[in-house]
Design a protein around this ligand. Structure first.
Ligand SMILES: NC(=O)CC[C@H](N)C(=O)O
Length: 238
C-alpha cells in the first residue's frame, strides 16, 4: 500500500466529543511507522472515494444525527461492502447508532440505520455521562468516557467487551464487533487513550503487525497514565 487512506465521515456534523482525535491517532501512528497516511473527509451529498483502508464516524447529538441521516442511508450499501471486504470501521456512539439497524428517538420515532451493525439503539431522557472501563475477552482493558442516552441491543452480534464500571450498552456489555467493524460508546478519544485498539485497527488495515517505535512508546506512556487515573477514580483495576 503506497498511502493508507482513512475515510472520516461527517467530521463537521459528528465531532462533538473530540472523536476526531481517533483519526489523528491512526494517521500519526501510521506515519511514525513510515507509512504515508491520507485523511479523506466525506460530507453529506458528496461522492465517496472508490476505495478506502479505514472508515471512522464520530458522535453527536440527535440534531446532528438527523442532519446526516439521509446521507448515511445513501452510502449504506458501500459501507456494508467495505465491512464485508474486511475494511476496519470504527463507529463512535451517535455514529454507531446511525450505522446500526435502527435508532429510536426519545419521542418514539424510529430512524432506519445503515445496517453495518445488527444493533438497535433506543434513546431516552436519561443520559449516561461519566468515565467507563471495559474489559475485552482477551484481557485488554479500555478506558474512556461515555456521554449518551442509549440502551443498545446487539441482536445476536458480539459485544466489544464487558463493562467493569460505567453503563455501556446496558446489561453489562459495551460496544459491538462485526468482523473488523467496531462500534463503541467510548470517547477519550478512544484511540489515543487506548493505543492497543488503534494499533489493532492499523494492523488489520495494513495486514500485518505494527511494532512499537520511539514515538508510539512516548505517547503511549501518557495514555497509560490517563487510563490509570480513570481506573483509580472509579476504584477498579486495569
Ligand atoms: N455521544 C453521542 O454521540 C450521543 C448519541 C445520541 N445522541 C445519544 O444521546 O445517545
Amino acid at each position: 500500500m503506497s498511502v493508507l487512506r482513512i475515510l472520516h465521515l461527517y467530521s463537521r456534523e459528528l465531532g462533538i466529543n473530540g472523536d476526531a482525535g481517533n483519526v489523528t491517532a491512526l494517521a500519526e501512528r501510521a506515519r511514525w511507522r513510515g507509512i504515508d497516511a491520507e485523511v479523506v473527509h466525506h460530507a453529506p451529498g458528496a461522492e465517496l472515494p472508490a476505495g478506502v483502508d479505514i472508515v471512522h464516524i464520530g458522535s453527536g447529538p440527535l440534531s446532528a444525527q438527523r442532519a446526516v441521516h439521509q446521507d448515511v442511508l445513501a452510502i449504506a450499501p458501500r459501507l456494508r461492502e467495505w465491512r464485508d471486504a474486511g475494511v476496519p470501521i470504527l463507529a463512535i456512539a451517535g455514529g454507531w447508532q446511525l450505522l446500526g439497524r435502527e435508532l429510536v428517538t426519545p419521542e418514539g420515532e424510529t430512524l432506519a440505520g445503515a445496517e453495518v451493525f445488527p444493533t438497535r439503539a433506543t434513546l431516552s431522557a436519561k443520559r449516561h455521562v461519566g468515565e467507563i472501563v471495559v474489559r475485552l475477552t482477551d484481557g485488554t482493558t479500555l478506558a474512556g468516557f461515555e456521554n449518551h442516552s442509549a440502551t443498545t441491543e446487539l441482536e445476536g452480534a458480539e459485544a466489544l467487551g464487558r463493562v467493569v464500571s460505567g453503563t455501556g450498552n446496558g446489561g453489562g456489555q459495551e460496544g459491538v464487533v462485526v468482523g473488523s467493524a467496531i462500534g463503541t460508546h467510548l470517547h477519550g478519544p478512544v484511540l489515543p487513550m487506548n493505543p492497543v485498539l488503534a494499533d489493532r485497527i492499523l494492523g488489520t488495515a495494513l495486514r500485518g503487525e505494527v511494532a512499537p517505535v520511539a514515538q508510539t512508546e512516548r505517547v503511549d506512556r501518557y495514555a497509560t497514565n490517563a487510563r490509570r487515573a480513570i481506573a483509580e477514580r472509579l476504584g477498579v483495576s486495569l
